[in-house]
Write a new protein. Structure first.
Length: 121
């Protein structure tokens, strides 16, 4: 009796998959509203498959999570990502065709009192 099966294992970075993450400056702002500060951030992830076969990918990123009740974080754009509210993880699952590329974008806003020191970058 012969067994036949396939096991796919990732053994490090795949040179055929290129991923670039950039902060989008035009959507990254800081405003004072009354006694609060509103800061928004936006990021763009570009994924490119330069291989001759389609690939299945899982891309994970993260937005801040507040443990202080005065500080609120709200996601405003997730490009179809599933979000883990407890840890702030964003996850995209996709199949990228051969020689294909996709752009993902996510935005979030942080609101906090002026007296607080919050560092987002």
């Amino acid at each position: 009796m012969a067994f036949q099966d396939t096991l796919s294992i990732s053994l490090g970075r795949d040179q055929g998959i290129n991923i670039k993450r950039e902060k989008v400056a035009q959507f990254s702002t800081k405003r004072n509203v009354g006694s609060n500060v509103n800061e928004s951030r936006a990021y763009q992830i570009q994924v490119r498959n330069s291989k001759s076969v389609p690939v299945k990918l899982t891309i994970t990123d993260q937005i801040p999570v507040s443990v202080v009740s005065d500080i609120t974080v709200s996601a405003t754009e997730l490009s179809g990502a599933s979000k883990d509210d407890e840890k702030g993880f964003l996850t995209w699952k996709m199949e990228l065709p051969a020689q294909g590329q996709k752009t993902l974008e996510f935005r979030y806003e942080v609101r906090y009192p002026r007296r607080e020191k919050v560092i987002l970058d």
